[in-house]
Design a protein around this ligand. Structure first.
Ligand SMILES: [Zn+2]
Length: 185
């Protein structure tokens, strides 16, 4: 039992999210129908995606997400509280009992960037957490972070500085900083 031409897991993910073109969808469908390997692979992709969505729902997952992912959660009725400070700017933020997700949208020019980190820092510059080599696509003009809403709910007044960092072999270069001034609701 081994597929000679396995379907890429990313394509299986898009298939499950119904984001393929009708032609591609049909191609994948026909292949999976006759392929036990790829059927199993699809099942594990679905299980993983469900796991991620459950975590995101519970608000416990700090991760970089796509607009498409947010749109899907929105269609499922989840309420996202979004903050989008401009580069170099700051925003006053909070979280309420009605919110399901807490989203930071960081606008940045990502053209020519090879590798990108996102650092969460104290105002003094000390890093609390760094997301390394975060996913981004050429042509994208923002990075979207799903901040763990459970953490935010427990937090007292706090100032969090997010930094987008272009990483090369030689150096780290801060592209932009965004300051979140959190007040409990
Ligand atoms: Zn196959």
């Amino acid at each position: 039992m081994s597929c000679a031409n396995p379907i890429d897991p990313a394509i299986l993910g898009d298939y499950w999210l119904a984001e393929l073109s009708p032609t591609d969808e049909l191609t994948v469908e026909e292949h999976i129908f006759g392929c036990e390997d790829c059927t199993q692979q699809l099942q594990s992709v679905i299980a993983l995606a469900e796991g991620i969505r459950t975590l995101a729902r519970q608000g416990n997952l700090g991760m970089v997400v796509t607009r498409e992912f947010l749109d899907r959660l929105d269609r499922e009725g989840l309420r996202a509280r979004e903050y989008a400070p401009r580069a170099g700017g700051s925003v006053a933020c909070t979280v309420t009992a009605k919110d399901d997700l807490l989203i930071g949208r960081l606008a940045a020019d990502l053209s020519g960037i090879e590798e990108l980190d996102l650092a969460l820092c104290d105002p003094s510059g000390r890093e609390r957490r760094r997301f390394r080599d975060i996913p981004f696509r050429a042509g994208l003009s923002e990075v979207i972070l799903n901040y763990p809403i459970g953490l935010a709910r427990q937090s007292g007044p706090d100032v969090l500085v997010m930094k987008l960092i272009a990483v090369t072999e030689q150096s780290d270069r801060v592209l932009a900083e965004y300051t979140f001034n959190h007040t409990p609701s």
